[in-house]
Design a protein around this ligand. Structure first.
Ligand code: GCU
Length: 357
């Protein structure tokens, strides 16, 4: 565990001090490079997450800013928990304050942090079955995706599959919307236009293959390092949704957005299994009710935030371009066959596809 804390932390925000949002108070983090242990301790947490008068703080790590729909929906989830479970608070640490997603995954597994939002790309590194929902074209649209990932008949075993070895339980999903490519040097029409480009991707083998299928070379990198990576020319391109493009201000350093829409991404809310098991039946019911309201609200906020992101980025000089869809579709075509290979992966993928029909 120590090595996690020794690894370099990332700027939590690009201008100004990072904050930790807790219900009822905002905790200023001293410097952007403070280790997660210190961040937790300075917010009154420490190793124990039981506070004064038996108050229990559930700590949640998020790599998005406070403007992101995931933050808003989780903030309201926190209100629900506080109002319905006596003495429970949800403390959200946004802006990658506790580290990148690969790191917080370990923190949640160890119980140092209770919950986190992590991308499907991270979970596929722990259990390859998650790949079934990470490949291009598995979801037709966000509604389809949300129906599948909140259908216990489909996800039941997948969501408990990390409990035995990692002490992690998956609670459910938030959409990442459709992901497209954006570049520093000019729009792209076909995969050939990305030849020689270093494309930042999330850290997983599938994402490396996606970058290559899109026509470039893969540069796996932590989300919070991408702005400076683009600015310094370490990478020439990246791929994400409009909301991240805008809230992370990537358009400032990569102003050409090209609508490859190569996949509909998925984030998961994960929780330390012991923390979840520590809830009584009544508390668990309130937790589930709050989470359902949160992901439903998130889907509504998502549509609004996407529109706002496009308008906002355009007003600041970003350009949004269409691509030659057929050439990208053809380039991505083989990925399902290459990555969805085991019986369980096929079952999950088939179940998702059947739900679309
Ligand atoms: C999206 C997603 C994050 C993910 C990020 C990335 O913003 O919501 O969970 O970390 O993409 O590309 O790393």
């Amino acid at each position: 565990m120590t090595e996690i804390f020794e690894r370099r932390r990332h700027e939590a925000t690009k201008d100004g001090k990072p904050t930790v949002r807790t219900h009822g108070r905002t905790c200023l983090v001293a410097t952007a490079s403070v280790a997660a242990t210190l961040v937790l301790a300075s917010c009154g947490g420490g190793a124990e997450s039981t506070g004064p008068a038996g108050e229990r703080s559930l700590r949640l790590a998020l790599n998005q800013s406070e403007e992101h729909p995931s933050f808003t929906a989780l903030d309201h989830f926190g209100d629900h928990l506080r109002e319905n479970i006596d003495g429970v608070n949800l403390d959200i640490y946004p802006n990658e304050t506790l580290g990148g997603q690969a790191e917080v995954l370990q923190l949640v597994a160890s119980g140092a942090v209770d919950m986190a939002v992590v991308s499907g790309a991270q979970l596929e590194n722990l259990n390859k079955d998650f790949i079934a929902f990470n490949v291009p074209r598995v979801f037709d649209d966000i509604d389809h995706q949300m129906d599948v990932v909140h259908d216990p008949q489909i996800t039941g075993e997948l969501y408990t599959s990390l409990e035995e070895d990692h002490d992690l339980t998956v609670v459910g999903g938030f959409t990442q919307g459709a992901r497209s490519v954006y570049t520093a040097d000019g729009p792209v029409q076909t995969p050939d236009d990305l030849a020689g480009a270093n494309i930042r991707v999330q850290e997983s083998p599938l994402n490396v293959a996606i970058a290559e299928a899109l026509g470039g070379s893969a540069a796996p990198m932590v989300y919070g390092e991408l702005y400076t990576g683009l600015q310094a020319g370490v990478v020439d391109a990246a791929e994400n949704n409009e909301v991240s493009y805008f809230t992370q201000r990537h358009y400032e350093v990569a102003p050409y957005w090209s609508y490859t829409e190569h996949l509909i991404g998925l984030d998961y809310l994960i929780i330390n299994s012991d923390a979840l098991a520590g809830l009584s039946d009544e508390q668990r019911a309130a937790f589930d009710e709050g989470w359902t309201a949160a992901y439903e609200e998130h889907a509504v906020l998502w549509a609004e935030a996407t529109e706002e992101a496009i308008t906002g980025a355009e007003a600041d000089g970003a350009e949004f371009h269409q691509v030659d869809e057929a050439s990208f579709a053809e380039a991505l075509d083989g990925l399902v066959e290459e990555f969805v290979v085991t019986d369980t992966q096929r079952e999950l993928h088939n179940a998702a596809r059947e739900a679309a029909e």
